[in-house]
Structure formats: structure tokens, C-alpha cells
Design a protein around this ligand. Structure first.
Ligand SMILES: Nc1ncnc2c1ncn2[C@@H]1O[C@H](COP(=O)(O)OP(=O)(O)OP(=O)(O)O)[C@@H](O)[C@H]1O
Length: 509
């Protein structure tokens, strides 16, 4: 794990703890840092400093005790038991042993990958095989010089805001500021139900982010488990992320798709913003991928198809997601994915200019500040498919700047035994000239859907979750947290009430 500091031209600085996202031991001389850029407004400058840059890569991300220490390389052979849902803020202890067998030594690469699939898998428990790196030959993605941008393409960066009392299904993107400055309070009505923060019992932290944390909660009214994202307003203000947080909330209110996270309710008090989601108990695709080393073509195809379905939907609403990567893909109990973290998502008019994303997944036009559109998500899909099939991303360096150079060079190293049809799709997605990038041409997402790698798919079946998931998470009950890392509950920051003037900045949240 290391800490990166991201500074943008407008003075925005984001300090983020990072667990090295690269696969273990590959590339042996290249492993190192990875960072996430935070979106700034009208920002075109990047400065990333890896403060701690380690040589080895963790296979699981461990955040226990939040000590900022290096993530462990040892694999948990036992699995943590289901959380005691009656206890508040209790940290689970590891007990029973339920390892998934994983002797991959005699198997082909695809078989190795397949062995963790089609079975109940605990994201944090099974032992893993090492990634076998086959020799590579160099090929170049055909990329052409991008066209210059037109100044009048600049997107209006302000997205819609809505009054607190609406039902969240409105797709209108006009602003409806709450002029009165009236607080949305923590008692609001949605879909006939009056919600209150007191209805939610916090059980355990399952994730931490830049401004706060995500906790498993129990809704005492419906008795359902949910995830509560808690964002400290002081941090949101300090990092100049007010509009982005509002974007996130507003976009989440607008969307409804089987493969995107569902926002149940949102509110605030004098210190924090709160978003309540359905709880996705299988954990992150990232963990499964790192544990498996790589996925088979079939498994990668399944996840890619669900993502294509979701991107197609988001783009039809003029929403670009901008943060596609395995860390943001959660696996539900049924094995289907849920895209989470809409913190960088944006409602488009044409192109937008803000620099944000995770270095390995950033499209060339973002680095070059040319303004970017939906095409960036198709680029990121190419990176994701490559990472699923190979086990590490196509553009990698210890420092973000090196990653950007590689992205712009258009050179990709291909594994010799890679599925040639998948490779063809990746090549067509990782085209530097976005006007020639699959997904961003006149037929839009249909070009991706019609690619040969997806030829056996019925897209209605994909949408209706009729495909058989390759991995079923090892989940014992709906509130099971064993597929997430453990986070210390001792480091909750004291809540700081912000003053009335600052609170008004969040009137429409
Ligand atoms: N609905 C959910 N169900 C289960 N776990 C979740 C859910 N939402 C988020 N998480 C977990 O919490 C983590 C942090 O969530 P999220 O990425 O939304 O926070 P963030 O503050 O935007 O993080 P970042 O600063 O990295 O962007 C996720 O990576 C995931 O592991």
C-alpha cells in the first residue's frame, strides 16, 4: 500500500491510500504504484507522487487496523465467518476453514482460471495459483492522431440537482436548487416511506474511500441489509468535491439497471452526507481476479457483457461513467455484477474536460486534455478485458507518468496464447483515435455488441441475467461481510459539524 497525492491545476489535492492494484509478481521489474486521480474542475495538469512504492504486489487487499502498512502476501486459508449481525461495529474474527481447492500446477492457463469459476468462491479466502507469464510478442495497436478539439465542444460541467423530497426517478437534468437553504434533514420521504438515519443500524465497515467509509447496515424497518456510504462534508469541501458528490448522488438517482448499484435513499446531517445502497455481499471483482491470477475467456466474456449492457444504458442517458476497473465492480450473491462508485460519473452534453480516473485505465484523449466523451468508457473496457484475460493491465509502469507515456505510444504486449477473438476486440477498443474506437462510431454500442467475441450472446438474456455466472460468491447470508477486507472500527473520525454557511453548499443534496 502507498499513499499518493494528487494535485490539480486548481489546487485540489487528494491524498489517497492505495493498495497496489497490480497482480502479484508481474511484471517482475515493473510492479509498483497505482493511483487514482480525482476530478477537478477545468483541470489539465497532473502531479502524482507515490510516497510509498513497494516492489511486491499483494494478492489480497488487507486494511485491518488501518495502519497504512503494506498489504499482506499470505493467503487466508480459512474464511471469516458471517458477521454477527446483532453486534454494532463489531469486527469479525476468522474462524472456520473453508478453503477452495486450487492445485493448478498441471493445468492449462484457461483451466487454471476456470478452476476458481463455476463454484462458490469466497473473495477473501481461497488460495491461489501463481500467474504464469507466457512470453510475449510486441504488437502495436493501430492508432491515429486524434483530431483537434473544438472550443465550443466544452461541456457544461454542472449536472442536475434535485430537491430532497423527489423520488429519484426523474431524468430531467435541469437544476432545481433548494433556494431556501432548508436542510434536507435526516427525515425524508421516498416512495411512501419516511426514512430516518435512526432506522439504520451500522454493523461493520466494508470499504473506505476518500471522504469516508462504506458500512454494512441493517434497515430496522424493512429488516434488510444495506450499504451506507458516509462522506464527511469537511473533507468534501476541503477537496473541492462538492459538485462531484452531488453529481454522484444525482446520477445514482436517475439510473436503474440490473448491473448498476441502486441508491435507496440519501440524506445529510450537520456533519456527513449519507447514501444508502443495496448491499452487494460478494465483494469486488478485483479480489477474485487477483486471487485467480487471470480469468478464462468465457469468464471475462460474461463480465464484459454485463458491463457493455450497463455502459450502453448509461450512455443512452448521456452519462459517462469514467471509472471502470475491477475495484468498482462488485459481485452480487447471484454472481452478477453491480457497478459501484459513480463519483466520477458525469452527465454529458458533448465532451467534458476534467482529468480524472485511474492511471492504468485513462484514455489518451484524457491525458492530452482534448476533451472526452463516452469513448473513454469503451477505452476502459478494452483495458478491463485485457486485465481480466492477462492478469495485469496493458499499460503499466511504476509511476503514473510512465503509464501515460505507454498509453500514448499505443504499444501493447500480447500474450502468445490469448484468445484471438478477444484480442481483436481489445485492439478495436484500445484505438488512440477515438473516432475509430469501437463503441464510439456511428452505431455506438451496437458495434461492440456485434463483435465476434459476443456472437453467442443474446443481449436480452444478458440484461435479464439469464447467463450463468462463472463465479458464485461464498456467501452464507445476506449480511455476510467475509468477502470484504476487515477495516478498523477504531478510527472513526470525530464528527465535525460544519457551519451554516458551508452547510448551504449542500442544500440540494
Ligand atoms: N453497495 C455496496 N455494497 C457493498 N460494498 C460496497 C458498496 N458500495 C461500496 N462498497 C465497498 O466500499 C468501497 C468504497 O466505496 P466507493 O468506491 O463507493 O467509495 P469512494 O469514497 O467513492 O471510494 P474512492 O475514494 O476509492 O473513489 C468499494 O470499493 C466497495 O468495496
Amino acid at each position: 500500500m502507498y499513499i499518493s497525492e494528487t494535485a490539480c491545476a486548481d489546487g485540489l489535492v487528494k491524498k489517497t491510500q492505495h493498495i497496489n492494484r497490480m497482480s502479484k509478481n508481474f511484471p517482475p521489474s515493473k510492479n509498483g504504484s497505482s493511483s487514482k486521480l480525482i476530478a477537478g474542475t477545468e483541470t489539465h495538469m497532473i502531479k502524482l507522487t507515490a510516497l510509498h512504492n513497494k516492489k511486491q504486489i499483494p494478492t489480497t487487499r488487507t486494511s485491518t487496523n488501518n495502519t497504512n502498512t503494506e498489504a499482506t502476501f499470505t493467503f487466508k486459508l480459512g474464511r471469516t465467518t458471517g458477521s454477527d449481525v446483532s453486534g454494532d461495529l463489531s469486527v469479525n474474527s476468522s474462524e472456520s476453514s473453508d478453503p477452495v481447492e486450487s492445485d493448478y500446477s498441471e493445468k492449462s492457463e484457461d483451466e487454471k482460471a476456470q478452476q476458481v469459476e463455476n463454484t462458490h468462491v469466497s473473495a477473501n479466502s481461497h488460495s491461489i495459483s501463481s500467474v504464469t507469464t507466457t512470453s510475449m510478442n510486441n504488437e502495436t495497436v493501430d492508432g491515429e492522431k486524434d483530431e483537434s478539439h473544438d472550443a465550443d465542444d466544452i461541456t457544461n460541467t454542472e449536472d442536475s440537482d434535485r430537491s430532497e423530497q423527489d423520488d429519484g426517478n426523474d431524468t430531467d437534468d435541469e437544476e432545481t436548487d433548494n433556494e431556501s437553504g432548508e436542510s434536507s434533514s435526516n427525515l425524508t420521504e421516498k416512495g411512501g416511506r419516511k426514512y430516518h438515519l435512526d432506522h439504520f443500524q451500522i454493523i461493520k465497515t466494508v470499504g473506505t474511500g476518500t471522504f469516508g467509509r462504506v458500512c454494512l447496515c441493517r434497515d430496522k424497518v424493512s429488516n434488510k441489509y444495506c450499504a451506507m456510504k458516509i462522506l464527511a462534508m469537511t473533507e468534501v469541501i476541503r477537496l473541492k468535491q462538492i459538485e462531484h458528490v452531488k453529481n454522484e448522488r444525482n446520477i445514482l438517482r436517475e439510473i436503474r439497471h440490473p448491473f448498476t448499484i441502486s441508491l435507496e435513499w440519501s440524506t445529510k446531517d450537520e456533519s456527513n452526507l449519507y447514501m444508502i445502497f443495496d448491499y452487494v455481499c460478494g465483494g469486488e471483482l478485483f479480489t477474485y481476479l487477483r486471487n485467480a491470477g487471470k480469468f478464462s475467456s468465457q469468464t471475462s466474456n460474461f463480465y464484459a457483457a454485463e458491463i457493455v449492457s450497463a455502459l450502453d444504458y448509461l450512455h443512452s442517458l448521456q452519462i459517462i461513467y469514467r471509472d471502470l476497473k475491477p475495484e468498482n465492480l462488485l459481485i452480487n450473491r447471484d454472481g452478477h455484477i453491480k457497478i459501484t462508485d459513480f463519483g466520477f460519473a458525469k452527465k454529458l452534453r458533448d465532451r467534458t474536460w476534467t482529468l480524472c480516473g485511474t492511471p492504468e485505465y485513462i484514455a489518451p484523449e484524457i491525458i492530452q486534455s482534448k476533451g472526452h466523451n463516452k469513448a473513454v468508457d469503451w477505452w476502459a473496457l478494452g483495458v478491463l478485458i485485457y486485465e481480466m484475460l492477462v492478469g495485469y493491465p496493458p499499460f503499466y509502469d511504476e509511476q503514473p507518468f510512465g503509464i501515460y507515456e505507454k498509453i500514448l505510444s499505443g504499444k501493447i504486449e500480447w500474450e502468445r496464447h490469448m484468445d484471438p477473438i478477444a484480442k481483436d476486440l481489445i485492439k478495436k477498443l484500445l484505438v488512440n483515435d477515438r473516432t475509430k474506437r469501437l463503441g464510439n462510431m456511428k452505431n455506438g454500442a451496437d458495434d461492440v455488441k456485434r463483435h465476434r467475441w459476443f456472437k453467442n450472446l443474446n443481449w436480452n438474456d444478458v440484461y435479464n441475467k439469464k447467463l450463468m455466472p462463472p463465479i458464485l460468491p461464498d456467501v452464507h447470508h445476506d449480511g455476510d461481510t467475509t468477502n470484504f477486507d476487515d477495516y478498523s472500527e477504531m478510527d472513526w473520525k470525530p464528527t465535525i459539524a460544519i457551519d451554516q454557511k458551508d452547510l448551504k453548499l449542500f442544500n440540494d443534496f
